[in-house]
Design a protein around this ligand. Sequence first.
Ligand SMILES: Nc1ncnc2c1ncn2[C@@H]1O[C@H](COP(=O)(O)OP(=O)(O)OP(=O)(O)O)[C@@H](O)[C@H]1O
Ligand SMILES: [Mg+2]
Length: 375
Amino acid sequence: MARSRVRQVIAGLDVGTTKICCVIADWSPVGNLDIVGVGTSPSRGLRKGVVVNIDSTVESIKHAVAEAEEMAGVEIGSVIAGVAGGHIRGINSRGVVAVSGKHREVSQADIDRALDAARAVNLPQDREIIHVLPQTFLVDDQDGVKEPLGMSGVRLEVEVHLVTGATTSVRNVVRSVNRAGLQVQDLVLEPLASAEAVISTEEKELGILLIDLGGGTTDVALFRDGAVWHTGSLPLGGDHISNDIAVGLRTPTADAEELKKRHGCALTALVREDEVVDVPSVGGRKARQLSRQILSEIIQPRVEEIFTLVARDLVRAGLNDVAAGSWPSRCSTCRCVAGCPPGSPGSPTWCRAPFTRPRWDWPSTGRAVTAAESE
Ligand SMILES: Nc1ncnc2c1ncn2[C@@H]1O[C@H](COP(=O)(O)OP(=O)(O)OP(=O)(O)O)[C@@H](O)[C@H]1O
Ligand SMILES: [Mg+2]
């Protein structure tokens, strides 16, 4: 393979429960990123978003990175690695400092000190801060300041969202990457990376909830006024749906996964009564034909449970308005309005439902309903 180290590339690594992905991007002449290499590998060393087997994780990372390097024709030395999992906690905090710059003009040093003050929260010893994300600044009595640099005032206050994680879980991601022969240039909370890919600046300003429904976790990030106000990760995901299907229909897990992807629907009311699917059996017995509605009746309660837990998490964080469905939200995978879970009909019309006319919304019970039901 012809490799060169002269190109300025940047690489991202998603260490997920079901798959590990590596993306390599090149800086284009106009300053954009062009994706030049992609590699994926099934993930075997994680459970619910957390590394539980370093050796298997290292192997998967090496495989995904090698594939991406091969496609890009470059060798990478470092990656920006994603972190997620049930150990992630987001908290809001604030810091206040006196403006010390010349002529009482807010300097970068003042901003840095205010951010340092905001991160001084009482954290248990086994947790560490992953991100300090400024939400808004106050200069004296002026609130809603986005860029305080150069403003005049005597008091600078900042509100921030702190993302924290269990030190051991974070270190195990870093260790796995290091053992795969790479440096960790930076860590990023996975739903924030997903948000960069699928949410526009306008949506972040208006307010939007991102739900990244993965294999072992469901990650959440709430944006409001252009800033992050809540992050969380639930230890439940699409793999639980597949397991439910495997147990409920007594079919091998790999077949359950395939059934979910090909025929699954998260809302039984949308499935016609006469639709049938072939369900492979275990123990060498013959495949059976079952109503597709039965498949959907297994998927729907699990998806409802996941969304109900997301809503509860928001309520616990004091975000009752969001949990009650005051805002529309989008699924990070297909950009549909959230409520299109894995296993939904998957038709283009379903997934591309116009943002202004959500197919689903959140009633206060947290149960997902269709627009038709809610009208
Ligand atoms: N077309 C599809 N329909 C339904 N479900 C799907 C489809 N494609 C993938 N999935 C499900 O999505 C899940 C994998 O999602 P993803 O690749 O985002 O997870 P991950 O990043 O590896 O895991 P995690 O983020 O939980 O650590 C699996 O449960 C898989 O079955
Ligand atoms: Mg993921």
